[in-house]
Design a protein around this ligand. Sequence first.
Ligand code: CDP
Length: 226
Amino acid sequence: MQIPDIIIAIDGYSSTGKSSFAKIVANEFSFLYLDSGALYRGVTLFAIENGFITEDCKIDIAGLDKALEDLDIHFGPDGTYIGDRCIEKEIRSLTVANKVSPIATVAEVRRFVDRKLREFGEKKRIVMDGRDIGTTVFPEAEIKIFMTADPMVRAERRAAEMRAKGEDVNIEDVLKNLQERDYIDSHREVSPLSKADDAIVLDNSHMTIDEQLVWLKEIISERFGC
Ligand code: CDP
């Protein structure tokens, strides 16, 4: 299916399968996939390792803001990198997941990440997933999807994903983490998670990825006549 040069924004709750879906969509249409959450996770890892966030989530905002000026975070062949260090495994851990939403409430951090995301989006033909892509980062995106799913289904999927990567997690901890993140993400002052007025809701509690792709192709073909 040949589709025009557009931006596809996928937002939604934690662990609704946004990134898995975004990757399939990117592959199907030969678009570039950009994972905005990976940048927030990368900044969080950087903050933990450099003492800008304490165990009980107190953040040295001024120090972090200053340090971000020199932070070289980018995407490379194996995912997310700081300089030439691949941080993909570390940023998916529960340690980072437990601190990322507080870090993502910081306006200075959001400004830093938004700037990077907009640079990537200049060329169009991208699919980007996150919490505020359709509302704040690319409000002009031609297709906006808002993903949701039953919390227990989400926790089971995420726990299985983490176990497959060798992390020893229990379902209650994962469920608690995603509910806490949903709460913080939806209630923060700066660009909270919310559905854009023109976004289409996708509840994938009982859908396979292939079914989701069929659903999206129908929408695209209706909208663009392709
Ligand atoms: O994959 P998952 O849904 O668990 O989360 P993620 O996309 O990796 O994002 C991790 C966290 O980054 C989210 O819980 C948000 O706190 C934050 N985030 C955000 O605030 N804005 C975005 N555009 C993307 C992520």
